[in-house]
Design a protein around this ligand. Sequence first.
Ligand SMILES: [Mg+2]
Length: 382
Amino acid sequence: MNITRITAIPLSYRLPEGKTVTMGVGSTLKRDAIIVRVDTSEGLVGYGESHPGRSPGAIVSHIHNTLAPMLVGMSATDVVGTWQRVHRMQFSSHGLGAGAAMALSGIDMALWDIRGKAANMPLYELLGGSHKRLPAYAGGIALGYQPEQSLAEEAQSYIEQGYRAIKLRLGDNVKDDIKRSLHVRKAIGDDIDILTDANTAYTIAQARRVLPVLADIHAGWLEEPFACNDFASYREAAKITPLVPLAAGENHFMRFEFAQMLEAGAVQVWQPDLSKTGGITEAIRIAALASAFRIPINPHSSATGLNHAASLHFLAATENSGYFEACVSQFNPFRDMFGPTFSIGKDGCVEPPSGPGLGVEVDESIFKDFPVIDGPGYVVKF
Ligand SMILES: [Mg+2]
């Protein structure tokens, strides 16, 4: 069974006027997503998701014009070989690096979908896992910068749905970040896990002031206080308190960057995104590397049900699995456009889909509702 065609479909959705969510990466204007379809000589079709990297047209062009010609004709089950070819041609020398990793990720996810469909097995089973309940937190583009009262109400609404963990957006300014964190902890009580994410917006001086407060409210982690490769700051911040682990990984590509993070010795929670980091094939390797150091894997989960499903299967087959990031964004029509891929239970847990492959039925007729919109998805104040 060979790969006969690779197609990437870019999608966009503009948020309604006045409905932006503001966080450390800026204020959202629109959501973008890229669906990757792989056709095979046996007629089996697989789907995956590539992160758009704030430049959906560029990733789609890279898939069509560079990666597809490289991979068409290869065995559709050869996820190691396809990974290796793209790595050799796009990473080793004169390639696109992170852009290529995002493009490859969608293809790799589609190939795993095909592998599961060919074996008539849900992906978690093919990966060696089982159908199990997985702890989830309320994440995605939600719980942004807003008055404490409305933030606590939003948090409460997720807890009422069943979530036992939520993620607050920090990186606004020290004073408001501290005020919001203390208020939400007081409002929701001590039994809910509060995770925090600064989306790379902190300086080390700001982290020094915020981390002791996060220790006081028993925050589960502080995610991406600094830019992805600013290892010196991560190392410094890890000395401030042993009580709040630092988390990162959604902006780290391929296991080699995770190995650098390991060498820096400052990030205790890893968050590879299956639609960015080099696909499921590479995420398995990253998880194995992490497991040897007792580092939990909490994948970042992006936009559509395809990546959500892939993350659930992956977590159900990973020994050192942490939370599933459940996208609770109010304005993300991509999450459920193929039908919901997860539902939160009263125990705060979700389950992987049980159909073959990713277990997602893709109806392509919906794509016409979301024509791609060029331009950045966020605006940032500098
Ligand atoms: Mg994040």
